[in-house]
Design a protein around this ligand. Structure first.
Ligand SMILES: [Zn+2]
Length: 171
């Protein structure tokens, strides 16, 4: 059986020379670069406004935003979708729930959403941990197991949460 031989490679075509910029093009490009740099610097120096940094949402808007991401109808909030780690893209899972009331001196919160449920998420690939802080009503805090009369917080690790959610998730 005759052995096939690889034909010799054709010589690579010489690459086209980049077109030399004219002096006018180079100058225009330098001016555009300078304008972009100045715009970046101006944006970095701009003083952020209070309303941009601290948007004051209504409880209804907050509830609606949370509801899009979180199912809060059960015994604990659970994410409505699978969560990917923002650092490595790995799969991440809720690992701890902490329900607590905002401190007494913030009286202005009493008529709004005075309770929080912080849900910690952990990436199973790179071990990053972060929290989502859900603003919740007092009724929801009670639904998630906090003793709202005594202002007692509640917290659950993932095993406790799994037990608590078993009847809800497997319904
Ligand atoms: Zn990760």
């Amino acid at each position: 059986m005759p052995r096939t031989t690889t034909p010799p490679k054709a010589p690579a075509k010489p690459k086209a020379e980049p077109r030399a910029k004219t002096i006018a093009q180079a100058a225009a490009s330098a001016v555009a670069d300078d304008e972009r740099r100045r715009a970046r610097e101006a944006a970095a120096k701009a003083t952020p406004t209070s309303s941009a940094l601290f948007p004051d949402e209504t409880p209804a808007a907050i509830g609606s935003a949370i509801g899009a991401w979180w199912d809060t109808a059960g015994p604990l909030p659970v994410p409505r979708r699978s969560i990917k780690c923002p650092f490595c893209g790995g799969a991440a899972y809720p690992r701890a729930w902490s329900i607590y009331r905002l401190t007494e001196h913030r009286a202005e919160y009493r008529h709004r959403l005075a309770w929080r449920c912080d849900v910690s998420i952990k990436c199973h690939t790179c071990a990053a941990v972060w929290a989502h802080g859900l603003a919740i009503t007092e009724a929801q805090a009670a639904q998630f197991g906090a003793n709202t009369t005594a202002l007692h917080a509640a917290s659950y690790d993932w095993r406790q949460a799994r037990d608590r959610l078993a009847g809800y998730l497997e319904r």
